[in-house]
Design a binder for this molecule. Structure first.
Ligand SMILES: [Zn+2]
Length: 287
C-alpha cells in the first residue's frame, strides 16, 4: 500500500534511500522520511531489536543523569520498550520508582530476575494499565516504529499523571545532506518514519506536546571515529592476538563499545548540530 507523511498527509516522489525492496521518501513539507510502500503487519517483527545490548547499556548512566537533572529525582517512571531494563536500573539507583513495558519475554525475565524491576509484557497500543499513572513516560527510538505515532503519543498521554512528562530519544536523519547516508543503514521497513528536526517540531505541536528540554548530539564524531577505531580493533585482533583471542578480544570489543558511546553522547553533545543527530526531548502535554 502507498504510504505518505503521517504528519502533513502528503506524498512525495523524492526517494533518498532504498533497502529490502522499500524506499525512504522525503516529505517536501517537513522533511520526514517515510517508508514506501507501507510494510505489511507480518513484515515487521516488533520484538526484534537490531541494536546490540551495549547500545542501551552503555549510555544508560548518561541518560539517567540528564533526566534526573532536568526533572528531578523520585519520579514514577515508565519506559516503553524497556529492553533488559538497563536505563530503568540506573534510574532506580538514583531514587526513581521504575516500571518497564516490553514485548519480548526473554528481556522481561532479565528485567525481573537481574534488576528486580516491575515488568509488564506487551505492546503500548493494546496494553491495559487500568488506573495506573506515571510521572514520566519515556522511550528510545520508538517513534520510528509505531504504525500510528499520533495514537502512540495519545496512549502515553493517557498514562501520565497531571503535570507528568513524556520524554524520548529520537534519531534525526531527515532534511540533511544525502552524503551522510553512506555511514549507516536506514533499517527499512522496520523504520517507517525517520525524522527531521522540522518534522519533530510539527509532529509534537500537532500532538499537543510542549517541548520543555532538549539536548542534541551530533553523530558525526561517532560515524567518523568509530570507523577508524573499528579498523584498528580488527587489525589488532587479527595480527597480534590470534593465539589468545577469547578474553582479550572481549575486553577490546567492550572498549570499542564504550568508545562508541562516548563519541555518540559525550563528544556529540559539544559538536555543532549538523548532519545526523540523536536528540533527547522532555515534553509535557498542553493542559
Ligand atoms: Zn511531512
Amino acid at each position: 500500500m502507498e504510504n505518505q507523511c503521517f504528519i502533513c498527509e502528503q506524498s512525495s516522489d523524492v526517494v533518498v534511500y532504498r533497502q529490502n525492496g522499500f524506499e525512504s521518501r522525503l516529505c517536501p513539507d517537513c522533511g520526514l522520511l517515510y517508508c514506501n510502500p507501507l510494510p505489511q503487519d507480518n513484515e515487521v517483527d516488533f520484538e526484534r531489536d537490531f541494536h546490540d545490548d551495549s547500545f542501551y547499556k552503555m549510555p544508560a548512566k548518561y541518560k539517567a543523569k540528564w533526566l534526573a537533572k532536568k526533572i528531578g529525582y523520585g519520579k514514577d517512571f515508565l519506559e516503553v520498550g524497556s529492553g533488559k531494563g538497563h536505563l530503568l536500573n540506573e534510574l532506580a539507583n538514583g531514587g526513581f520508582q521504575v516500571a518497564g513495558l516490553e514485548p519480548n519475554p526473554i528481556r522481561i525475565n532479565y528485567m525481573r530476575d537481574t534488576y528486580s524491576i516491575e515488568a509488564h509484557q506487551g505492546l503500548l497500543e493494546d496494553y491495559e494499565f487500568y488506573e495506573r499513572k506515571f510521572g514520566v513516560v519515556f522511550h528510545v527510538d520508538l517513534l520510528a516504529h509505531f504504525p500510528d505515532p499520533f495514537l502512540a503519543l495519545e496512549k502515553m498521554k493517557s498514562l501520565v499523571e497531571k503535570d507528568g512528562y513524556i520524554s524520548f530519544e529520537v534519531g534525526i536523519i531527515g532534511g540533511i545532506s544525502n552524503f551522510w547516508y553512506r555511514f549507516f543503514t536506514f533499517g527499512l521497513p522496520q523504520h517507517r518514519w525517520l525524522y527531521s528536526e522540522k518534522s519533530m517540531e510539527k509532529f509534537l505541536k500537532k500532538a499537543n506536546l510542549i517541548i520543555l528540554h532538549r539536548t542534541s548530539h551530533s553523530l558525526i564524531p561517532y560515524f567518523i571515529l568509530k570507523r577508524i577505531s573499528s579498523i584498528i580493533l580488527i587489525s589488532i585482533l587479527s595480527r597480534f592476538l590470534k593465539p589468545v583471542i577469547g578474553k582479550k578480544a572481549a575486553v577490546l570489543i567492550r572498549l570499542n563499545q564504550s568508545f562508541s558511546t562516548f563519541l555518540r553522547y559525550n563528544v556529540g553533545r559539544y559538536f555543532p548540530n549538523y548532519g545526523p543527530l540523536t536528540i533527547l526531548y522532555i515534553t509535557k502535554p498542553v493542559s
